[in-house]
Ligand binder design. Structure first.
Ligand code: HEC
Ligand code: HEC
Length: 436
C-alpha cells in the first residue's frame, strides 16, 4: 500500500530501510517522519478482560438506553439560576443522566451545557471539567487523574457521586428491574424475584442506598452482593456503549497515510514543532496523542468552583487500592489482569494528571481538568510560558519550561491541533433509546 503513495517532491521521494518508511513531503527529516508515523492510525480498540460483555452488542444497546436515563438520579443541591445550566431546581430528583454532562449536541459526548463550562453541574458542582467520551476507550486509565481503572468503574463511580447523579446502587438495581428487566436478563441472567414490588419479600431491597447508608449497610451480606453485582453489570453495559464512541480518519491520519494535501502547510509546520522544539510529543504520544501516564504540568487550580487543592493521581491511587469495585475485586471478570495491585502510593504522585488525548481537541474546549482555558491559543500560551509558578500540588515536570515560541509558531501549532478531528460518530449511537 505504501508503495503506491504519490511521490510529490524529489526531495521527499525517499525510501528508508526495509521498514518502508517513506518521506511523503520535504517538511520532515527521515527521523522526524518515523516519529510522525507512530502517531497514526488509531489501533483496534483494546480488549477489556475485566468486562465479559465489553464487546457484546446487546450490552452496548442496554448501555445506550441507560446513558440517556435520568430516573434514578437523587436530589439536586444546586438549582437552575437561569444561567448555570443546572438540570432543575434544588430538591428535584430524576434529572441527571450520563447525557446531562456528555451531551449529544457536542458531537463528542463533551459537556456543552454547564455554565461556566469549566466544571460540570450534575446534582451539584463537580470539581473538574468533563472530558469528551470519544476515543477514551484507548486510555489505560480513565478520568483526569486515572481514578478509574476501567470504564465500568467510571460509570459506577459517577452514578453514586453526590455532585453527579447523586444516585445509589439500590436505586439503579430497581431501575433495572422496573424498566430494563428483559434486556438486562438477556445479557446478565435473571434478576432476583424479590425486586418485584409485589413480592412478599420486596422490603429486602430498599428503594435507595449505597455502602455507608443505613439502608444498605443493614442488608444481609448476600443481598448486598446481589445489588453490587447488578450495579457492576450496569457499569459494564455502559462501558460496552462507551466503546462505540470512537472517531478515526482525521485529516492528520489521511496525511500520514499519504495524502499530502490533507493538512495545510501551516499544520505541517505545527506538527514539526509538536514533535520537535515544543516538546509536546514527550507526553502526547501514540495515535491517541497520550501516553496514558501521569505528569505534573504545573497547572494552577484556577477557575470557578475549582478547589484550591487537587492532588490528582495521588488521591486516585489511594482510593483505587481499597475499592471493592476495582478490576482487582470480586466484581471483575478478570481480577488477575488488574493493574491495581501493582500501584504504589507515594508523594511523587501529588499534582499529577493523566495526559489528555488530543483527538477532536479543536472541538472540545474548555481545556484542562480545571477547564481554565477557553481556547487552544490559551493552552499554547500556557505551555509557552512554562506553565504556572504556583497554585498546583507537587513538583512541576522539568520538561515544562518556557518555549520561546514566535507568534507564527503558535499559529502553526494550533493549525496542527485542528487536524486531529476525525469522522463524526455513528448517529445511531447518539439516539436516546431509554425505556419508557
Ligand atoms: C455531572 C456531570 C457528569 C455526569 C452526569 C457524568 N459524567 Fe462522565 N465525566 C464527568 C467529569 C467531570 C469527568 C472527569 C472526572 C474526573 O476526572 O474527576 C467525567 C469522566 C468520564 C469518563 C472518562 C473520560 C476520560 O477522559 O477518561 C467517561 C468514560 C465518562 N465520564 C462516562 C460517563 C458515563 C457513562 C456516565 C453515566 C453513568 C457519566 N459519565 C456521567 C462529568 C459527568
Ligand atoms: C510533561 C508532559 C506534557 C507535555 C510535555 C505536554 N503536555 Fe499537554 N497535557 C499533559 C497533561 C498531563 C495534560 C492534562 C493536564 C490537566 O488537565 O491537569 C495535558 C493537557 C493538554 C491539553 C488540554 C486537553 C484537554 O482536552 O483539555 C492540550 C490542548 C495540550 N495538553 C497540548 C499540549 C501541547 C500543544 C504541548 C506542547 C507545547 C503539550 N501539551 C505538552 C501533559 C503534557
Amino acid at each position: 500500500m505504501r508503495g503506491t503513495l504519490p511521490w510529490v517532491s524529489a526531495l521527499g521521494a525517499l525510501l528508508v530501510g526495509c521498514g518502508g518508511t517513506e518521506l511523503i513531503d520535504d517538511t520532515f527529516s527521515t527521523s522526524e517522519w518515523q516519529l510522525v508515523q507512530t502517531l497514526s492510525p488509531l489501533p483496534a480498540i483494546p480488549a477489556d478482560p475485566t468486562n465479559a460483555v465489553a464487546d457484546d452488542p446487546d450490552a452496548a444497546a442496554l448501555g445506550q438506553m441507560l446513558f440517556f436515563d435520568t430516573r434514578a438520579a437523587g436530589a439536586l443541591t444546586v438549582g437552575d439560576d437561569g444561567a448555570n445550566g443546572a438540570p432543575g431546581q434544588v430538591g428535584d430528583t430524576g434529572k441527571v443522566g450520563c447525557v446531562t454532562c456528555h451531551t449529544v449536541e457536542s458531537g463528542w459526548l463533551d459537556d456543552t451545557r454547564s455554565k461556566p463550562g469549566n466544571v460540570s453541574i450534575g446534582a451539584g458542582y463537580g470539581k473538574r471539567n468533563a472530558p469528551p467520551i470519544v476515543n477514551a476507550v484507548f486510555y489505560g486509565w480513565f478520568g483526569w487523574a486515572g481514578q478509574d481503572d476501567t470504564q465500568w468503574h467510571q460509570a459506577c463511580g459517577t452514578t453514586e457521586s453526590a455532585v453527579s447523579h447523586a444516585s445509589s446502587r439500590l436505586a439503579i438495581a430497581h431501575l433495572l428491574y422496573d424498566h430494563y428487566k428483559a434486556p438486562y436478563e438477556a445479557v446478565f441472567g435473571a434478576i432476583d424475584a424479590r425486586f418485584d414490588p409485589l413480592s412478599a419479600s420486596a422490603a429486602d431491597f430498599p428503594a435507595t442506598g449505597k455502602p455507608g447508608d443505613a439502608a444498605f449497610d443493614a442488608m444481609p451480606e448476600a443481598d448486598q452482593t446481589i445489588v453490587n453485582r447488578m450495579f457492576a453489570n450496569y457499569g459494564k453495559a455502559l462501558a460496552a456503549y462507551d466503546r462505540l464512541m470512537v472517531s478515526r480518519n482525521a485529516p492528520f491520519d489521511r496525511y500520514v497515510a499519504g495524502d499530502t494535501t490533507a493538512i495545510s502547510t501551516a499544520a505541517k509546520r505545527g506538527l514539526k514543532l509538536f514533535i520537535g522544539e515544543a516538546g509536546c510529543v514527550a507526553c502526547h504520544k501514540t495515535p491517541l496523542f497520550s501516553d496514558s501516564d501521569f505528569h505534573d504540568i504545573g497547572l494552577g487550580q484556577t477557575g470557578d468552583h475549582i478547589p484550591t487543592e487537587d492532588l490528582g493521581r495521588y488521591t486516585a491511587v489511594m482510593k483505587l487500592q481499597t475499592d471493592p469495585m476495582s478490576s482487582a475485586g470480586a466484581y471483575s471478570d478478570s481480577p488477575s489482569s488488574s493493574k491495581v495491585p501493582a500501584l504504589t502510593l507515594d508523594d511523587s504522585l501529588k499534582g499529577k494528571f493523566r495526559t489528555k488525548h488530543l483527538r477532536q481537541i479543536a472541538e472540545t474546549g474548555p481545556y484542562m481538568h480545571t477547564g481554565e482555558f477557553a481556547t487552544l491559543a490559551d493552552v499554547v500560551e500556557f505551555y509557552d510560558r512554562g506553565g504556572d509558578d504556583t497554585g498546583f500540588a507537587g513538583t512541576k515536570d522539568p520538561r515544562i519550561v518556557p518555549l520561546g515560541l514566535t507568534d507564527g509558531d503558535k499559529t502553526d501549532l494550533i493549525a496542527f491541533l485542528g487536524t486531529l478531528t476525525g469522522d463524526p460518530l455513528d448517529p445511531a449511537v447518539l439516539v436516546d433509546t431509554h425505556a419508557p
